[in-house]
Design a protein around this ligand. Sequence first.
Ligand code: ARG
Length: 462
Amino acid sequence: MKQSKQILKNTNAEILDEFNASIMFDKELYRQDIKGSIAHSKMLALQNIISNDEQLEIEKGLLQVLEEIEKGEFKFSLEFEDIHMAVESRLIEIIGDAGKRVHTARSRNDQVCTDFTLYVQEKSVSIKKQIKTLIETFVELANKHTDTLMPGMTHLQHAQPINFGFHMMAYANMFKRDFERFESSYERNNYSPLGSAALAGTPHNIDRFKTAELLGFSAPTQNAMDSVSNRDFALEILFNISTCMMHISRISEELILWSSYEFGFVKMSDMYATTSSIMPQKKNPDVPELLRGKTGRVYGNLISLLTVMKSLPLAYNKDTQEDKEGVFDSVSTIEISLSILNEVIKTMIINKERMFEACKIGHLTATDLADYLVLKQNIPFRTAYYITKEVVAFANSINKDISELNIDEIRKSSKDLENVNEDIVSYLNLENSMNSRNSFGGTSTKQTKLAIETFQNWLKNS
Ligand code: ARG
């Protein structure tokens, strides 16, 4: 009886330790934690708060801890609640008394913010690089297809002829905005919380500008209380990842559609499609489906942290320990998603013929016909619209697309066109139609090439 009570007690304590601790996941921050402590100790020595010898011992000890962790020799246990305590206690174990001075003029509250900010900043840079690689892939692909015709759609219905390069450049633009979002978040959040201490600063004569500089931040944060309770940097990366995943999901959706039998515009490499376990003839677009699906969990992580933060009184509250797992998950999700999407795009085969055939469905050049009548014959647009409807009906009656009509057929199609000039035929031509949209940002081959050039320059200089 006594014994079972004891077990129950232990179990409860264990459960509580586990509930309270973050070491199981914040060990991911070991590099940032050690980097932060080394910078902090250097500053303490420069300010004569600790001696130079003590600083050297601390730095050497911390580097040993780093090595132990990287070699897998470090024992992570629930005995130490988080990475900050785990590293500090091992440091004291290795170097003794000097190690007990490293926590002077700081608290875990500013330490966790510093470590996590460093992590988010590093990831913003590496994710940005991956996005740039993806943009390069889109631009390269676009460059090969500035005159590959395809139906441009609205409401997923054939609308007007565009070129495939133009479509790819739409994605290059989306991902460029993502790139810029990571970049501007980096600038906005590049401030060091270290030395804010628990919430109100410290009586020690520290130099927060020095630690900020040593850690690569532009400056220390302005207000200690805000610093220890702020998680905007984490929310920003979650939002930036969410928006980027939304873009990944949109291209994935198009890849799924385009690789279907009904479209047949692209063929994904066999590596990125899987077979069905029951239907031997099938090739499923599992990879883009997963990319589309994973967007959900990334949105979830953003909403979770927004919800965690919404009612927190100043300053630090333990609730914020819930900030990390979602960020780690979103980061690893976008990292793998970007690299896989890049390969999918690089290796897919474009079926130009199918795209061109699809342009001949839906009378894509109907607007061009109406515009011709307005421009060349001074016919009011609404009248031109109804004449065009007659031509479309005629084309349907002989099972042709209006882009395929010859001059005799056009003249036969409507009383108003009996004497129409022969040049009308060229206005119904699909390629001419695409190239006529030559306004800045339009689909013409010329504008698409200009856009590609602009992007190539941007890629070179960013
Ligand atoms: N483990 C905590 C976290 O992840 C940091 C430590 C601050 N904890 C505290 N009780 N003051 O947010």
